[in-house]
Design a protein around this ligand. Structure first.
Ligand SMILES: NC(=O)c1ccc[n+]([C@@H]2O[C@H](COP(=O)([O-])OP(=O)(O)OC[C@H]3O[C@@H](n4cnc5c(N)ncnc54)[C@H](O)[C@@H]3O)[C@@H](O)[C@H]2O)c1
Length: 365
């Protein structure tokens, strides 16, 4: 079993991230080690529930737990007040008290929503992340950010609430559809760009076989999750270092918003990373051959496919609404070398416009 320790200041706030094929079936033993017994609440979405709900419930029952399975809709529409409130009411109806553990069994949506409810229900419940998408395994389940959406925008209501444990079973990815695998792969590549050239080298070798080779996949998830954990441990609340996780996300968010969220997140981030590589070459001294290597890697995973007609002005105006903006400047994460990020808030508007028109192929007329 592979293990990462995420050390955070304060009592009972540090936790382990465990990665092992088949780990989902050993969840009861992991709960027992945390001294969690009796009633537990599994939260999942309709799709993950259909695939893994029964199996998870019976493994817990067989070990003497009394699990309740709560199911939410799939996709972003589950990250709402209405669903959060419904979950809270179901928890009450099913006998939850202030010490009841919530287990998020699903992708980033289920993790964000469950963490949000866990952080506010009776002023806070313990929760455990059992991520089932690649994106959640290497990113969303680690670091304690929780959120729901408002009609005005994504993730506008949220809290910091660290899980007690993150239990990653790479076998969940066997049923994950290819577009969702690509979504997660964009974040894995991003982690390589900002912190781990060794991960990039590993990804370059295995483009075609990663998902067929369980031990390679496990090693990659371990490395990528460790980078997220390391960044979170150094900067839990995104005061400094954690901002490097936004590599590719500045213009990526612009694309997502301009597409009204029809463009998948991984695609948007992939395009955002391509733009960040171009800007890094021009502004922060990234050697051209390293930028080219980065572009090649992104494309080798089938990311950054054709962009359907988007309004370039909408991409630019979305940047002005980006909540990660500082004062009036748009903050970019650029690279000096692969693995060496730098935060820049002085990217000239003309270069941002050039990225939209040339890198994205969306000419500003
Ligand atoms: N908290 C954070 O730090 C953080 C970081 C990044 C992203 N996020 C959030 O994560 C969310 C996106 O997460 P996601 O990409 O995991 O999406 P998701 O949770 O919507 O899952 C994608 C789809 O895959 C299905 N699915 C999940 N696991 C499966 C499996 N093993 N087999 C088959 N189907 C499966 C789900 O039912 C869903 O339809 C966004 O809301 C984003 O804001 C949070």
């Amino acid at each position: 079993m592979r293990e990462i320790s995420l050390a955070l200041p304060g009592r009972d706030r540090s936790y382990r991230i465990l990665i092992d094929p088949g780990l989902r079936l050993r969840l009861p033993g992991l709960l027992d080690a945390l001294r969690i017994r009796g009633r537990v609440f599994l939260v999942t979405d309709t799709r993950v529930g259909e695939l893994y709900g029964e199996q998870s419930v019976s493994a817990l029952k067989d070990a003497g737990y009394a699990p309740a399975l709560l199911t939410v809709p799939r996709g972003e529409r589950a990250k709402t007040w209405a669903v959060a409130q419904r979950l809270a009411k179901e928890l009450l109806a099913q006998g939850a008290d202030r010490s009841s553990p919530l287990i998020a069994l699903g992708g980033g949506v289920v993790g964000d929503l469950t963490g949000f409810v866990a952080s506010i229900f009776m002023r806070g419940l313990p929760f455990i992340q059992v991520p089932t998408t690649l994106l959640a395994m290497v990113d969303a389940a680690i670091g304690g950010k929780t959120a729901i959406n408002l009609p005005e925008g994504k993730n506008l209501l949220g809290t910091f609430h660290q899980p007690r444990l993150v239990a990653i079973d790479p076998q969940f990815l066997q049923t994950l559809p290819a577009p969702q695998r690509r979504n997660g792969m964009a974040e894995v590549i991003k982690h390589g760009f900002i912190r781990a050239p060794d991960l990039l080298a590993r990804l370059e070798k295995g483009t075609n076989r990663i998902f067929k080779d369980e031990s390679e996949l496990t090693a990659i998830i371990h490395r990528a999750a460790a980078i997220k954990a390391e960044v979170v441990a150094a900067d839990e609340r995104e005061g400094g270092l954690r901002r490097i996780l936004n590599f590719g996300h500045t213009l990526g968010h612009g694309l997502e918003q301009a597409s009204k969220f029809r463009l998948p997140h991984g695609e948007a981030v992939a395009w955002g990373m391509l733009a960040a590589l171009d800007l890094s070459e021009r502004l922060s001294g990234l050697p051209p051959q390293e930028a080219a290597r980065g572009r090649q890697l992104i494309r080798s995973f089938g990311l950054a496919g054709p962009l359907t007609a988007l309004d370039p002005r909408a991409v630019l105006s979305a940047l002005a609404l980006d909540k990660k903006r500082q004062a009036d400047r748009v903050v970019f994460v650029l690279l000096q070398r692969l693995g060496e990020p730098v935060i820049r808030d002085d990217v000239p508007k003309s270069l941002i416009e050039q990225a939209v028109s040339e890198t994205f192929g969306l000419p500003l007329i």
